[in-house]
Write a protein that binds this ligand. Structure first.
Ligand SMILES: Nc1nc2c(c(=O)[nH]1)N[C@H]1C(S)=C(S)[C@@H](COP(=O)(O)OP(=O)(O)OC[C@H]3O[C@@H](n4cnc5c(N)ncnc54)[C@H](O)[C@@H]3O)O[C@H]1N2
Ligand code: MOO
Length: 424
């Protein structure tokens, strides 16, 4: 939801009165600060994977909750020989009964004798084999005591943990059927453009859709839950209907649109937001590519991110606005840039941060090739993206680098870790 205390006067009145677009760093900060974390939700174990735990998970009873046999053999009382009795009954001195691995230790048992350490006579008398290992009948031998792993009330998984498959098993064996987790923002995608085709080779004047295949895959990587994709043409009415949610004003916490951020007659993002009573929190960012990106809030406190139509521009705008917004809604911290020494001279772009897919080779960062605003080739192989400051950077100077949602964090090559004067 929209963070009420972060709404400025400009935003309340629905008018953005900036004379210049925010810097890339300001835009990221705004996208993070405009949203408050969603509430927590109780969920079944299978739905909790990859979620952040909101309440501690404690052992409901001792783990294991009863003393059990660690071996197949006999539960015994005292030193042998033993008279065999019915399994499960209390054992008195000199008695034994058959037990399997995991079986409940009967009252009176002092230890478990492994099958290979005993022999039974025809008369039902159990005796220790002469080749049995020493100490086989010592008290507690081959018994797994109750509470060996945890005592009732022990915190097994603290709040804040990112749930992995083993955590699910631990919660289950500790007696839990549900977990309280941080709710993830639901994210709908609305793709615009009557020239966009979704299969085969496009004809001249058509383009093959670059967003359908990747957005629902990247949304979970950014901590969101995709709720579906809608394709519309270029008319204002289609925009209005698409952004109006289910027709009764219900919509997911975030809607991502693609295309229509320009200011031509077919670009209806802003008009549709205003018609729905919403306001623009940010209209354009001083970056390249992706500068026409828009962030808006609707009266229900839900958000719309307008990504430009050019595919690389859109993905870098998603990293700039969507990554911090989804982090805020999911109660996580946004990605921080890491300083890495540049392996190449990077041209200045006065007044704009340049976002460039990049590769890291032997600790130096290099711009990828094929990184025009409409291209996907450079991004597909990149280790991350550089945020080249407006003044550029010479080879050997540090530049801020961020990972992509599907790449590993980039490690810093700056030896003393000193803070760099990032723009913005
Ligand atoms: N006169 C100006 N024209 C443009 C400017 C400008 O400042 N002045 N900015 C350019 C930049 S930069 C961008 S980015 C785009 C923004 O355009 P829109 O967000 O309005 O997007 P569209 O016009 O709908 O499409 C742009 C481009 O992207 C292609 N596209 C759209 N959807 C898809 C898709 N699903 N898969 C692949 N490609 C897609 C579309 O065919 C266009 O080629 O405006 C520039 N123009
Ligand atoms: O956002 Mo556009 O280049 O800046 O594609």
């Amino acid at each position: 939801m929209l963070a009420q205390d972060e709404i400025t006067h400009e935003e309340k009145t629905g008018t953005l009165q900036r004379n210049h677009a925010p810097t890339w760093a300001e835009a990221r900060q705004l996208a993070f600060r405009c949203a408050a974390p969603l509430s927590s939700v109780a969920t079944s174990l299978d739905q909790a994977i990859g979620c952040i735990l909101d309440h501690d998970v404690a052992a409901r009873q001792d783990l294991p909750h009863y003393a059990s046999s660690a071996m197949d053999g006999w539960a015994i009382n005292g030193e042998g020989p033993w008279n065999l009795t019915v399994a499960g009954r209390r054992l008195y001195a000199g008695e034994a009964s058959v037990i399997a691995t995991g079986g409940l230790i009967p009252a009176g048992a002092t230890s478990v004798l492994r099958k290979e350490s005993g022999s039974v006579s025809g008369a039902g008398c159990l005796s220790l084999r002469s080749d049995a290992k020493p100490g086989e009948t010592l008290p507690g031998r081959h018994i797994r005591p109750a509470g060996e792993e945890a005592t009732a009330g022990d915190i097994l998984i603290p709040a804040g943990t990112l749930i992995n498959p083993a955590h699910l098993a631990l919660a289950a064996v500790a007696g839990h059927d549900q977990l309280h987790v941080q709710r993830k923002p639901r994210v709908a995608v609305v793709m615009t453009g009557s020239e966009v085709v979704t299969s085969g080779e496009p004809a001249p004047g058509q383009v093959r859709d670059a967003f359908g295949p990747q957005l629902d895959a990247v949304i979970p990587q950014l901590g969101g839950v995709p709720t579906g994709q809608l394709r519309i043409g270029d008319s204002y009415q289609e925009w209005l209907t698409a952004l109006d949610g289910d027709g009764e004003g219900r919509r997911p916490e975030v809607t991502i649109t693609t295309g229509g951020t320009g200011k031509s007659g077919t670009d209806h993002f802003r008009a549709a937001v205003v018609a729905l009573g919403g306001r623009l929190l940010l209209d354009g960012v001083a970056m390249r590519p992706g500068h026409p990106a828009v962030l808006a809030a609707l009266p229900d406190g839900h958000f719309i991110i307008g990504l430009p139509g050019n595919p690389l521009a859109a993905m870098l705008a998603l990293m700039t606005l969507g990554e911090p917004l989804l982090a805020a809604l999911g109660n996580r911290t946004p990605q921080e840039p890491t300083p890495v020494l540049s392996g190449a001279d990077l041209e200045p772009t006065p007044g704009k941060t340049r976002l460039v897919p990049c590769s890291v080779v032997h600790g130096l960062v290099f711009p990828a090739s094929h990184t025009g605003p409409g291209m996907m080739r450079g991004l597909a192989w990149a280790d991350g993206y550089m945020a080249v400051p407006p003044e550029g950077a010479a080879a050997g100077e540090p530049v801020p680098v961020l990972p992509l949602p599907w790449t590993s964090p980039v490690s810093s090559t700056i030896p003393d870790g000193r803070r760099l004067p990032w723009h913005g």
